[in-house]
Design a binder for this molecule. Structure first.
Ligand SMILES: [Zn+2]
Ligand SMILES: [Zn+2]
Length: 456
């Protein structure tokens, strides 16, 4: 409930504390607006399509909080549509919350970024209120929203809508909490720290983010894999990504999100859309994987050198180039040692072993040894080949770029081209009732290794 209402059509503030609503010039004002609101109520017009907004704290904070009217025990009342707006009225900002705001600003400034608290950003005809807004590099804006256990225990609603509105207006939402139930939500990219008193948050010592930042493990789905195949019980021979929890210091998170080296990602599993933060290189590799999951994404060439880099392939191994870019060099024989590494870069032999005996699912590409199987290599339409060639050409261009920004742009060009090829393959396989994976593999072989076409 709130006592001040903003009428969006009349453009006046209405004070429910006063009998005349503070508008003596409109003697029937209450009767009129109440009748109209009841009428909308009977029509089931959504509250946010009516004419009344909170004119109190919500409006002062630049938030459009829609309201409806009611009469309770003979008293006129305006009720927020969403309980989170209601919460704005009853909870003063806690010391912990203030400590977080200060900490974010300090961390940002130490990283050379400017920030401000309680920032209003114009968004069309309304405003976006941001707890703490950090101005990052390249026009990046990170909108920190801190939701602590000190606020009421009522459910927090409208997070997705608020996050989406921020995103739409060029602000990357970054929601931080100390509540584990919030951290498990998927409506935005939540991060969580332990529940700490204000004086600890305010200090400059380590403040850890215990969830919401993850590292992506890229692995090949073969007998050596430690993770289960996300698509089923069998080993499918494809490459997958698995998010693994990873600690990060809060200050580092603030600075790296501003710099764009930690980015939000949407990670889809068969049942759910997850949202969390990863490094930009993990994000790039994940996009590579989405456009081509028959091979592990290239290791990041521009990665810094933290301990996790050692999980990438050894750089001194012969055959590395052949595995990462089959287009540029002739295929090399796999070195036996690589077949038993935890992340085998040459998955072909184990993968073939793993699925031998299955008729429908296929192994990884068998461009070294033509694989016996259903012969579908004849009569594939040229358009599929042309589209695949186009995608491969864009991929080669990507591999030849060193500049980060150029790579980013080229990656999206490649992504588009690969997507076009993939969609055409899906469409064709569906119409012809063929195994999609077989078609895709055959197209790739025709494009990349036409010399291996077996004699009919
Ligand atoms: Zn309000
Ligand atoms: Zn798999």
């Amino acid at each position: 409930m709130a006592n001040i209402v903003w009428h969006t059509k009349l453009r006046i503030l209405i004070d429910l504390n006063k009998d005349d609503l503070d508008h003596p010039e409109f003697p029937d004002l209450w009767e009129t607006i109440y009748r109209i609101d009841r009428y909308h109520g009977r029509l089931r017009t959504p509250v946010h399509e009516r004419e009344l907004q909170c004119g109190g704290v919500c409006r002062e904070q630049g938030v459009e909080a829609w309201m409806h009217l009611r009469v309770r025990n003979g008293r006129r009342e305006a009720v927020h549509e969403r309980s989170e707006d209601e919460a704005r009225h009853v909870v003063p900002m806690s010391d912990e919350h203030k400590a977080y705001q200060e900490r974010i600003l300090r961390a940002a400034e130490e990283g050379g970024f400017h920030g401000d608290s309680e920032v209003r950003t114009r968004a069309g005809r309304s405003w976006i209120q941001t707890d703490t807004l950090v101005e990052g590099s390249d026009g990046r804006r990170i909108g920190w929203e801190v939701q602590l256990s000190t606020i009421g225990s009522d459910g927090l609603c409208g997070v997705r809508a608020r996050a989406a509105k921020a995103e739409k207006n060029g602000i990357t939402p970054a929601w931080h909490t100390d509540r584990s139930d919030y951290a498990q939500r998927h409506d935005t990219h939540w991060t969580r720290s332990d529940n700490l008193p204000a004086y600890v948050i305010a200090r400059s010592g380590d403040l850890r983010v215990v969830s919401g930042f993850r590292k992506l493990d890229f692995w090949h789905c073969d007998v050596h894999a430690v993770h289960p195949c996300p698509n089923g019980v069998r080993r499918c021979g494809k490459a997958h990504a698995t998010p693994v929890p990873k600690d990060v210091l809060f200050d580092v998170l603030v600075r790296r999100t501003a710099a764009g080296t930690i980015v939000p990602i949407q990670f889809r599993t068969p049942t759910k859309l997850h949202r969390f933060w990863v490094t930009d290189t993990d994000q790039d590799r994940y996009h590579d994987l989405l456009s081509d999951d028959t091979q592990l994404p290239e290791p990041a060439i521009d990665a810094p050198a933290p301990a996790s880099a050692s999980r990438n392939r050894p750089t001194c191994r012969p055959g590395l180039i052949a595995t990462t870019s089959p287009l540029l060099t002739p295929p090399a024989a796999p070195s036996p040692a690589t077949l038993h590494s935890p992340l085998p870069a040459q998955p072909r032999s184990p993968a073939t072993e793993a699925i031998s005996g299955t008729a429908t699912s296929s192994s990884a590409e068998t461009d070294l040894v033509p694989r016996p199987g259903p012969a579908i290599q004849t009569g594939l339409p040229d358009t599929l080949i042309v589209l695949q060639q186009a995608a491969d050409t864009e991929h080669v261009k990507l591999q030849q770029l060193a500049d980060n920004e150029e790579r980013r742009q080229q990656r999206s060009v490649w992504f588009e081209a690969a997507h076009a090829a993939q969609s055409a393959i899906t469409q064709y396989a569906r119409t012809k009732r063929l195994n999609r994976y077989e078609v895709e593999k055959e197209i790739r072989r025709l494009v990349r290794h036409p010399e291996n076409t077996p004699a009919e």
